[in-house]
Design a protein around this ligand. Structure first.
Ligand code: FAD
Length: 303
């Protein structure tokens, strides 16, 4: 049953028609639980509130599956505006971007040009930019784009998904690159990804421990308290400097745990999505955890 529910929401998240229509509906279906508004002003309020609690942020100006240059160029312009705002407001915040929003499906060279513009501005402001990892059909291209960008920029990072069999090999090639480790949010075939949760969790821990023993900064992107507790113990046992890593969680998820970790002296970063292209992101969150649906229904119909 859990798999059917998951497949249903993942199917919706990939539906381009619904993704486009949802922009016209405005913010609805309880998406505001997990998406911090549609404007830069609304997201800045959320960033400042989290910063006051000692939590840094990474902003995702939502968008994916862009298929024409006008839309990709608009997305890039919005990200440039966002960089200006982060700098001007002097908030503790970096960026997360999706390459399909910046034209990866149109032309890889064009996408790289857009990223270069973003990274040039971000480097001027000393703002880090992380490239989110999308579904496996974009995986090799995403690594190729990163490779091209790394020739000229070092304030750009990537995501490793522990559900992929090749995650460990790819991570080994990225030992100088800042990486966010996550379990993986897309529906992938058994040919490329572990189908069962235990194997994904085991791989997550293995990858995270390898990185923690290395020298490069790592973001641990999970809400899973089992994993977080095991990694806390590992860090203590191995006397690992807390400045070498951070816990990252999504906006609206496990706020108490985010606050507690920050109070205990760990670096915590909240990933905040915002904007009108919220549908795909929101559906993937419902796919991950049916309880998220309960939360949304409760707020939509009982309050
Ligand atoms: P799960 O396997 O979903 O949960 C494990 C256990 O943790 C649950 O059984 C439950 O006991 C507990 N738990 C989880 N959530 C809650 C909750 N809300 N309340 C109470 N208990 C809970 N995926 C990508 O493919 N590409 C990306 O670029 C990407 N970036 C991400 C960035 C961040 C900061 C995060 C946190 C996730 C990102 N993801 C990304 C999504 C990720 O791949 C997972 O799909 C998602 O995080 C769910 O997995 P989990 O590790 O949180 O644990």
């Amino acid at each position: 049953m859990a798999n059917i529910t998951r497949d249903f929401f993942i199917g919706l998240s990939n539906n381009r028609f619904l993704n486009t229509q949802a922009k016209k509906w405005g913010f609805s279906l309880g998406a505001d639980k997990f998406v911090a508004g549609t404007t830069v002003d609304s997201v800045m309020e959320a960033v400042k509130a989290l910063n006051r609690q000692g939590i840094s942020c990474t902003l995702d100006n939502l968008g994916e599956f862009v298929s024409d240059k006008r839309e990709a160029s608009e997305a890039k312009d919005n990200i440039m505006t966002l960089l200006n705002t982060i700098y001007k407001e002097n908030v503790d915040c970096h960026l997360s971007v999706k390459l399909t929003q910046l034209g990866l499906d149109i032309d890889q060279a064009y996408c790289i040009e857009n990223m270069r513009e973003i990274l040039a501005k971000a480097s001027q402001y000393d703002i880090f930019v992380n490239i989110d990892m999308e579904d496996y059909s974009h995986y090799d291209q995403t690594l190729e784009v990163l490779d091209a960008l790394r020739n000229d920029y070092d304030h750009v990072g990537i995501v490793i998904q522990s559900y992929l069999y090749r995650a460990e090999d790819d991570m080994a090639k990225l030992k100088d690159v800042r990486v966010r480790i996550v379990k993986g949010a897309y529906k992938e075939s058994e040919e490329v990804a572990y189908p069962d949760k235990q194997a994904i969790d085991r791989n997550f821990l293995k990858l995270a421990k390898q990185r923690l023993l290395g020298d490069t900064f790592t973001s641990i992107g999970t809400h899973d308290h089992h994993i977080i507790h095991e990694l806390q113990a590992f860090v203590d046992e191995n006397h690992i400097d807390r400045d070498k890593f951070e816990f990252q969680m999504l906006y609206g998820f496990r706020n108490d745990m985010q606050n507690n970790l920050a109070h205990e002296g760990y670096h915590v970063c909240t990933y905040i999505p915002f904007g009108d292209d919220w549908f795909g992101y929101f559906m993937r969150r419902l796919a991950e955890r049916p309880q998220n649906m309960n939360l949304v229904l409760k707020d939509t119909f009982y309050t």
